[in-house]
Design a protein around this ligand. Structure first.
Ligand code: CO
Length: 465
């Protein structure tokens, strides 16, 4: 057994999970040099929702954030999370955009790219993987963990093996809903260690309360690394606490060697930020507790709260139990996908439609049709034939890699952006979040001219749509 690797998530998943990704670069800067001295295996600091939140809510350029972090974190590898062909956005992008995004991310300081696809369809990872390899990045491929008929140990072993063949430098079990159980974790990690030679990392959430125990079991089975968050941004819907896991392995063969006194200094800094977020109600105390329903119903916690608000909106809370039973049935009809963005919303909404309309698939959402058409990729098991027929009739489904059907986009994006482009990376911000990035660029241009962005008249300016 080797010392256990610790990936610190406070700069990405920690605040994404607890504080709606609202931590600003200024909140981070004072402590970055200290964090670099800890000896973490890596610092997850970018990707996921951080990019969107920077532009949309914090009036920050995410590329500048990455630069500020890189300036201060010189020894510890910086890590990001990328949704394969979706990058950090909500649709599939053309290959040229994916390649350029990966190239620029690495050029700006990312060393480890954790890449995953919501359906575990490896074709949706190909372009990002090849681009990251070409730029000399460490490719960590993540398996979106879920349970169900299709998800046997053999399924995970084959997936891991295929990932290794694709060029993965390490493999992550990504348990976004926190539903992996201790004994399953032990079996899964042992099976993967038998199958592949690359290191295995485990990413989980304390949503259902079991994650710290799961980490212990996984480590006992030879897991090489775990994701943790410094205590003020740990537990609840976030990761297990760094200090607790470090202490749990002290004086064992997997001793992480991290210094608790130094970790306490990091924790002190983030306590201040956490307390401010609680005061400002950016952190809702309820996300700090345990929500066991996720395990009970095998549905991610966030999906259940969405469901409640959907049903309340329709004044149909009396149908809650019925919809809860419908969710796994819809999931099976749609090829039993892992319930993560976007499949969780698609399955949840369709289940609501099936119950409220009084007839299954009487109304079929556009997104459900999209999944059935193969627009998101291939699912673990085939679709329900009857539902497929009802949804798309004689239409020919997509069987190729979905991005093969998307024309190159970079040139036209650059043209649209016009004079608002100040640096190459702006094209990528614009590609991912056209409206939000445009707003940001407009305000940036106003500030540059010494004008108050809130009072600036943009009407005569040629700005991107
Ligand atoms: Co996560």
């Amino acid at each position: 057994m080797k010392k256990l690797r610790i990936t610190e998530t406070v700069l990405r998943d920690g605040h994404q999970s607890l504080a709606a990704t609202r931590m600003s670069t200024d909140d981070m800067i004072p402590v970055l040099e200290k964090m670099d001295e800890i000896g973490y295996y890596s610092l997850e600091c970018w990707g996921g929702a951080t990019f969107d939140a920077c532009l949309r809510f914090l009036n920050e350029d995410p590329w500048e954030r990455l630069g500020e972090i890189k300036k201060r974190v010189k020894k510890t590898p910086l890590q990001m999370l990328l949704r394969g062909q979706n990058l950090l956005g909500y649709r599939h992008y053309a290959d040229d955009v994916v390649e350029y995004f990966v190239q620029k991310s690495i050029a700006n300081g990312i060393e480890i790219m954790r890449i995953f696809d919501a359906l575990n369809d490896l074709r949706n990872l190909e372009t990002a993987v090849n681009a990251a390899k070409k730029e000399g990045g460490h490719v960590q491929l993540a398996m979106a963990y879920t349970t169900g008929r299709a998800y046997t140990l053999d399924y995970w072993k084959k997936l891991a093996d295929d990932m290794q063949s694709m060029g993965a430098d390490s493999i992550c079990i990504k348990d976004m809903a926190g539903i992996l159980l201790p004994k399953e974790a032990r079996k899964l990690v042992a099976a993967l260690k038998e199958t592949v030679s690359v290191p295995i990392q485990l990413h989980s959430h304390c949503t259902c309360g079991t994650a710290p125990i799961v980490y212990m079991e996984a480590a006992a089975a030879g897991c090489d690394g775990i994701d943790t968050a410094i205590s003020p941004f740990a537990l609840g819907t976030s990761q297990p606490a760094t200090e607790v896991m470090v202490e749990a392995f002290r004086d064992t063969e997997q001793d992480t060697g991290l210094d608790q006194i130094k970790l306490a200094e990091i924790a002190n800094h983030f306590k201040g930020i956490r307390d401010r977020f609680l005061d400002e109600k950016i952190i809702e105390p309820k996300v700090m507790g345990i929500d066991f329903e996720g395990l009970l119903y095998q549905v991610p916690g966030g999906m259940l709260s969405n469901l409640v608000s959907q049903l309340k909106g329709q004044k149909a809370m009396d149908k809650y139990d019925e919809v809860l039973k419908e969710i796994p049935r819809v999931r099976e009809d749609l090829g039993e996908p892992p319930l993560v963005t976007p499949s969780s919303q698609i399955v949840g909404t369709q289940a609501v439609l099936n119950v409220l309309s009084g007839e299954r698939y009487k109304i079929i959402s556009k997104e459900t049709k999209g999944i059935l058409r193969g627009e998101y990729g291939k699912t673990a098991v085939p679709f329900n034939e009857e539902v497929l027929k009802k949804a798309i009739g004689d239409e020919k489904p997509v069987t190729v890699r979905p991005a093969d059907l998307i024309q190159p986009e970079l040139d036209s994006l650059e043209k649209e952006l016009g004079s608002f482009k100040e640096k190459d990376e702006d094209i990528l911000s614009y590609a991912l979040f056209p409206q939000v990035a445009s707003e940001y660029f407009k305000r940036r241009a106003a500030r540059k001219e010494g004008l108050d962005p809130d009072r600036f008249d943009y009407t005569n300016k040629a700005y991107p749509i």
